[in-house]
Design a protein around this ligand. Structure first.
Ligand SMILES: [Zn+2]
Length: 497
């Protein structure tokens, strides 16, 4: 029997401290594709949509894809943008009533009018399709999962990797559970256990540290009878909302007491290891001093600015690290991205080869990561900012950064872009004429995702905190709505208050 399955992707990670609201144009700039027409372009990519397509083929679904809407992490989603995208999904559900629904979501969307964007979307969907049609969703490992999301979605599967390299797999897993639910073989529901913390100690990184063991235990538990998926979400810290923090979810059927007890053991471990931070977060001065002393033998020193990560909603225009590196006089180095559309516009008024002086970066909010710096450099490359990724996360995907320029200032090739995207893929340098493998120092903006493409070429990797909007010093962020006590703002508390 061919089931009608409604699919849609609505992805946003909202940094509620960002002054940049996320309107419809932010989705249009990133990814906003309506209907089935452009599904082919997702075939085989590491995306939720590709996982939906895998299921459609495997289970012979009649798949109706309402929309793929994805904006880069930024401030509150506007009411108009939320309603427009939600209505595309609701209209599709009305015109072609589905047997099941599969939605790749992020799970940390906050709208102007509502803290729980995904809960609201699911509520509106349930109002159309009723309580009985099975709904499956996938979530980012950095989801802040609400009680409502678990009540309204029967099936939840989160990514299990950070760097995230299993988006397609997560959707395929959720779709396979959905198929069994549509066949009437199972009646899944999802339970949630929560930790009173802003986030897991290491942001959920899965390459090293305690998440590896937790995920192994979760995989083993998925082999228990009537257990279909176990998800461990690290939470997303840069969100001033009530239901923030790490969660453990078990999608199961039947009596939940046993499964809840298992989820509690994982949550306990997240709580017990709340102080076990794996990264050393250097100041920009310390990072620059390490760069100045670095002698390259078989690869570059990679310096990641954790705090100015556009992937966490930071502006990407922090100047603190660049300024410190310029002062040390490092040579044969590159830095990127510097997100500054005004500077990119300015540079595009000139020609390749010209030397110009301009104010760079620091324009959005100098309190976080430093104000503009005046630099003089030669324009090496002007570009429309398009390239095709070739790394583990973005391989085969078209990437775009708006007007882009490579400006050579003293010893540093600076990648100036217009759209705020973190450094995921070597092509983000290479596509614009910078070969990171040949550099002595590669400074980039990303917390953890850069490791997938850049660790293999690195001689050494260090992480610094420039004081930008994703600073690890959370006391600097003006939280008002998170429930108190909460760790680490209230360090003396216990897990239960
Ligand atoms: Zn994430």
């Amino acid at each position: 029997m061919a089931f009608n399955v409604l699919t849609a992707e609505f992805l946003h990670e909202t940094n509620t401290f960002s002054v940049r609201k996320t309107d419809l144009s932010a989705f249009e700039t990133y990814t906003f594709l309506i209907g089935n027409d452009q599904l082919n372009s997702f075939e085989g990519t590491n995306t939720g949509v590709a996982g939906c397509l895998d299921c459609a083929r495997k289970f012979d679904w009649n798949m109706r894809h309402a929309v793929t809407a994805h904006a880069g992490p930024s401030g509150l989603v506007t009411t108009a943008a939320f309603d427009t995208i939600a209505n595309l999904i609701l209209d599709a559900a009305r015109t072609s009533p589905p047997d099941g629904v599969l939605l790749p979501l992020h799970g940390a969307m906050v709208a102007e009018f509502c803290e729980d964007g995904e809960g609201e979307l699911l509520q509106r969907l349930r109002d159309v399709i009723g309580p009985d049609i099975p709904v499956a969703i996938t979530l980012d490992l950095h989801a802040n999962v609400s009680v409502k999301m678990c009540e309204l979605a029967d099936i939840i599967v989160s990514y299990k990797t950070y760097p995230h390299i299993d988006m397609r797999e997560a959707a395929a897993h959720a779709g396979s559970i959905l198929q069994r639910a549509m066949l009437g073989e199972i009646s899944p529901t999802t339970l949630r256990v929560h930790c009173p913390m802003l986030g897991e100690a290491n942001g959920g990184r899965t390459d090293i540290g305690p998440m590896i063991d937790r995920l192994e235990r979760a995989r083993a538990y998925e082999r228990e009878p009537d257990v279909f998926a176990v998800s461990i979400n690290a939470g997303f810290e840069e969100s001033d909302i009530t239901e923030i923090g790490p969660t453990v979810l078990v999608t199961h059927q039947g009596d939940d007491a046993l499964h809840r007890a298992f989820a509690e053991t994982i949550a306990d471990d997240i709580w017990m290891k709340r102080d076990e931070v794996l990264n050393t977060y250097y100041s920009v001065e310390e990072a620059a001093a390490i760069a100045a002393d670095f002698v390259r033998t078989d690869g570059p020193l990679i310096i990641a600015d954790y705090a100015d990560n556009p992937g966490g909603g930071a502006y990407g225009d922090s100047t603190a690290l660049l300024n410190a590196l310029l002062k040390t006089g490092v040579t044969n180095s590159c830095f990127g991205p510097m997100v500054d559309p005004a500077a990119a516009d300015d540079l595009h008024q000139h020609s390749e080869g010209e030397t110009i002086t301009l104010d760079l970066g620091g324009k959005t909010d100098p309190h976080f990561g430093g104000g503009p710096i005046t630099v003089t450099g030669q324009i090496l490359r002007l570009s429309n900012g398009e390239c095709i990724g070739d790394g583990p996360m973005k391989g085969g995907q078209k990437l775009h950064f708006g007007k882009t320029c490579v400006l050579h200032v003293d010893g540093i090739d600076i990648l100036v872009v217009s759209e705020a995207v973190q450094m995921y893929d070597q092509q983000q340098f290479r596509g614009f004429g910078i070969d990171p493998t040949s550099k002595t120092v590669v400074a980039l903006k990303s917390m953890q995702h850069f490791r997938a493409a850049f660790e293999p070429i690195a001689e050494n990797v260090i992480v610094c905190d420039s004081g930008a909007l994703c600073t690890t010093d959370v006391a600097k962020l003006p939280y008002q709505n998170v429930p108190r006590p909460i760790y680490p703002l209230d360090p003396e508390m216990t897990r239960y208050g």
